[in-house]
Design a protein around this ligand. Structure first.
Ligand code: SF4
Length: 232
């Protein structure tokens, strides 16, 4: 595992659980609004944290933590992800995977093996605007479609989520996304926030009124729709 970041305790990354978060390096997307520019663009320049060190901390913190969130970068690019999760699960932890959904076969295998307890998958935009939004001109949208279907039909908790930007997402786009993920358990709208780590700064969040309208637009399609990361 190429582990490039490790948060020993967080209340933010795994819904309703105290968790540690592991950040893997590299990504197969180039979202201009990505907040993990170093992990995506220059993973070779980020010091590697050894698997042994992470596992040692996790073993010691069993009484403090419920679960482990594995995020990135894109964790499904790690060839030994399944083996690593098995090691984590030996300590009794719940495991949450954050993924961009571009490797449906890998996601399917992890689900089939019972290695995941929660999946958060990004829906970057409508199918038509996906390639532009993730910075991959020859994107195969069928990969994302397969992952969406996998989650819609799986029996573990999951969420879809979108980082929303005025420049990339119209209200009609959210209606399209609603059509696409209709019947989903949960969908989170995360307003864009600028930071020093953003790959291409300069995007803007929607206004609070627009965000409320987006939420209302999605509610007929998804059981639970929430705005995340803002004070409502
Ligand atoms: S936002 Fe996620 S999918 Fe996009 S480049 Fe960053 S890590 Fe990869």
């Amino acid at each position: 595992m190429q582990i490039l970041g490790f948060a020993k305790m967080t209340l933010l990354d795994y819904p309703e659980h105290v968790a540690a978060t592991i950040f893997t390096g590299s990504c197969n997307f180039r979202c201009p609004f990505c907040h993990n520019g170093d992990l995506v663009l220059h993973p070779q320049d980020v010091p590697i944290i050894s698997e042994e060190e992470v596992l040692c901390v996790l073993e010691k913190r069993r009484s403090l933590l419920d679960g482990v969130c594995i995020t990135g970068g894109e964790p499904t690019l790690q060839p030994d992800l399944a083996d690593f999760i098995k090691k984590i699960k030996q300590f009794g932890y719940l495991v949450k995977l954050d993924t961009n959904g571009y490797r449906p076969d890998k996601l399917a295998a992890l689900l089939e093996e019972g290695l995941l307890d929660y999946v958060a998958m990004d829906i970057k935009n409508t199918k038509e605007k996906y390639a532009m939004t993730v910075g991959v001109p020859n994107l195969q949208i069928s990969n994302i479609e397969k992952s969406v279907q996998l989650l819609l039909s799986c029996d573990i908790p999951y969420e879809f989520r979108t980082t929303a930007m005025r420049e990339l997402h119209t209200l009609a786009d959210f209606q399209n996304i609603g059509d696409w993920i209709a019947g989903a358990h949960a969908y989170f709208i995360q307003p864009y926030r600028e930071s020093e780590q953003v790959i291409s700064p300069g995007f803007h969040a929607h206004s609070p009124e627009e965000l409320d309208e987006i939420k209302t637009t999605l509610q007929p399609y998804v059981k639970r729709v929430e705005l995340r990361g803002i004070d409502e």
